[in-house]
Write a new protein. Structure first.
Length: 300
């Protein structure tokens, strides 16, 4: 059992006319982190759950402003919004980043309620939701990105291609795609193992991202297939030049083993080659396979 003096709640609880002991036990033993501040944000009372949540002792908290735990991860104008909402709506519920004493940021689901007794107090409840939110963000990321290279996956690629086509149609622009498949990649996997193969894929992904503009989309469809959206395309010659430059970029030796791969690339553009994402992907894919068959000497 923790003493009233430790939590500085003796004077707080004496405000109540009855059931002081009951209120004391509720406050002290609540599994939810509780903090009471005055109207200026100065901490008056905390419970054990709040101490455990923040890492600070009661002596370090009580008498100090709640901004002691302020985190830089909050948006610059967040606290202006926070105070406007609290004062205008007489309550606040939302997520706030707080800085733990051990020097890391934690996201708290926070509810703040005003309590008027002899003066105005604010009672806040805090629940750490950092792990849950991080997991949700990771799941959302993996739904649209390739987990190995970090590139967009097919789902995100097709969504962006649809938007790019719609924008190009509206303003009279062109959109190009390059369908890229690595040559001789299977031999690298067979000779050096899949770990080396994964390393090659990661390095190729880095080269693709470095080669294209930030507003272009580089995606991995799986295996050794990469597809790129090039927006605001001038003409097909520009796309052809980009494909030739990309081949040279990919062919440069990779890593200490000086491994070399080449690429077969097929191109297609809107509106010259097709009007839908499916048409463009099919045409670029066909051209890529024709290029690959030429590489292996299967067609003239």
């Amino acid at each position: 059992m923790f003493s009233r003096k430790l939590f500085n709640i003796k004077s707080f609880l004496s405000i109540f006319n009855a059931h002081n002991a009951l209120f004391e036990q509720i406050f002290i033993n609540s599994p939810t982190a509780l903090c009471v501040t005055d109207a200026n944000g100065i901490i008056q009372y905390v419970n054990q759950a709040f101490i455990e949540l923040t890492g600070y002792t009661s002596k370090e908290l009580i008498g100090n402003n709640h901004s002691l735990m302020k985190s830089s991860k909050n948006e610059p104008d967040f606290f202006q919004y926070f105070w406007e909402k609290l004062l205008n709506e007489n309550n606040f519920h939302g997520n706030i980043w707080n800085r733990h004493k051990d020097d890391y940021d934690a996201l708290h689901s926070t509810t703040i309620t005003p309590i008027t007794l002899d003066t105005l107090y604010y009672l806040s409840t805090h629940v750490d939701i950092t792990k849950e939110v991080t997991l949700q963000e990771r799941q959302h990321y993996l739904a649209y990105h390739d987990p190995h290279t970090g590139l967009a996956n097919r789902s995100l690629f097709e969504d962006r291609l649809s938007h790019a086509i719609a924008n190009a149609a509206r303003i009279g622009n062109s959109v190009g795609i390059l369908y890229c498949d690595l040559n001789e990649f299977k031999q690298i996997n067979d000779e050096f193992g899949h770990a080396t193969g994964d390393y090659v894929l990661t390095e190729v992904a880095k080269r693709l991202q470095a080669y294209f503009r930030t507003n272009d989309t580089v995606a991995r469809f799986g295996g050794d297939e990469f597809v790129i959206i090039v927006e605001h395309l001038q003409d097909n010659m520009q796309l052809t030049r980009m494909a030739e430059g990309l081949k040279k970029k990919i062919t440069a030796p990779i890593g200490e083993l000086n491994l070399c791969v080449s690429a077969s690339i097929g191109i297609a553009s809107f509106p010259q080659d097709g009007l839908t994402k499916d048409q463009l992907l099919l045409i670029a894919d066909d051209k890529m396979y024709h290029n690959k068959n030429q590489f292996y000497g299967l067609v003239s």
